[in-house]
Design a binder for this molecule. Structure first.
Ligand SMILES: CC(C)(COP(=O)(O)OP(=O)(O)OC[C@H]1O[C@@H](n2cnc3c(N)ncnc32)[C@H](O)[C@@H]1OP(=O)(O)O)[C@@H](O)C(=O)NCCC(=O)NCCS
Length: 307
């Protein structure tokens, strides 16, 4: 017997149960489900616009499926997790989860929805189609081994970066980030609250958040993140951008190298990053530095009408 429960507020035991499902899925796929935004919403337990839909099966002690929605600046994110032992039953478990989640979006005024899928297969495509969603944004995870070559390191010999100063650099950073990313669905339109939430995360390390100043003007930044628990441990170019006034001067490449050099100093053997498949300047920088595609993630998107 299956039961479906909608939670607008996550209590600690539900967070533990969903975390166990996330860990089981992470072990099975090698990739953590729930992007950072959704994970923070889950951990914080119920921001406005949050809902977690849980499916249980009386024959199993664990949750068999989970769907989460979070309201972003201009759109909704949806994520779906079916327990790896129950994937054969995805077409039974997932439709009710997605329907319940999209129903909440409709009741809350509707809007644009993104559902990110790791290496999408025909089941994902069918579920998306049945829910009225279609293929949209396309992200590529790229990787390269570390360290950098001497030739690459030589490019940053006379290049200076400084660590992010907590409590000082937030506004300058927000200005460059929001100008560089514009209407980007996840990275654009950040506020002090969003950066404060990132700064409170265990992984946040201002030493790995590199800034490049042109006198008192922030010209570019490269924010790195270490994943110590992956096998092997990985360093991520988490967010990188050049102020639009400084574009096309080789700064993006130098910042990427500076970020990679910082990761390499921590003895990380592997670097990774996510990039939109159609972001030509970024693709060009990363490819020229030896990054190659590791896997693809696709967003199924659609507009949900208000109810
Ligand atoms: C991606 C980004 C950081 C690149 O920075 P940049 O300073 O413009 O890039 P660079 O001047 O270092 O260019 C590096 C290379 O990319 C090439 N390039 C630049 N723009 C390009 C374009 N539109 N199409 C193809 N190649 C391009 C350059 O010719 C150069 O190649 P070369 O080293 O062989 O001469 C910058 O465009 C940016 O901030 N974009 C907005 C934020 C963003 O998308 N961040 C990345 C998220 S993954």
């Amino acid at each position: 017997m299956r039961s479906l429960e909608i939670k607008r507020q996550m209590d600690p035991s539900a967070i533990d149960e969903v975390s166990a499902l996330i860990n089981a899925t992470w072990r099975a796929d090698g990739v953590r489900p729930l992007n950072d935004h959704l994970w923070l919403d889950l951990r914080e337990g119920g921001r406005k616009g949050f809902a977690g839909v849980i499916v249980r099966d009386t024959d199993h002690h664990h949750i068999v499926g989970y769907c989460q929605i979070s309201r972003g600046n201009e759109s909704w994110s949806l994520d779906l997790i079916v327990h790896p032992h129950h994937r054969y039953d995805s077409m039974e478990i997932a439709p009710d989860l997605i329907t319940a989640a999209l129903d909440i979006v409709a009741q809350e005024g509707g809007g644009h929805v993104h559902w990110w899928v790791f290496e999408p297969n025909n089941i994902h495509r069918q579920l998306a189609h049945d829910a009225g969603l279609e293929a949209g944004r396309h992200l590529v995870q790229m990787r390269r081994s570390l360290p950098l070559s001497d030739e690459q390191l030589a490019i940053v010999t006379d290049f200076t970066t400084t660590p992010f100063r907590v409590g000082v650099d937030e506004d300058a950073w927000l200005t460059v980030n929001n100008a560089a990313f514009g209407a980007h669905p996840e990275q654009g339109g950040w506020t002090r609250d969003v950066i404060a939430a990132r700064q409170s995360e265990d992984w946040f390390d201002p030493k790995g958040f590199l800034m490049n100043w042109d006198n008192d003007t922030l010209a570019a930044f490269c924010w790195t993140k270490v994943h110590p628990d992956t096998e092997p441990p990985m360093g991520e170019i988490y967010v990188i951008a050049v102020d639009p006034a400084y574009l096309g001067t080789g700064l993006g490449k130098r910042m990427t190298i500076a970020g990679l050099a910082h990761l390499s100093q921590q003895n990380l053997p592997l670097a990774m990053l996510y990039v939109d498949a159609d972001n030509a300047p970024a693709m060009s920088v990363y490819t020229s530095l030896g990054f190659t595609p590791h896997h693809r993630e696709l967003a199924f998107v659609g507009d949900v009408a208000a109810k």
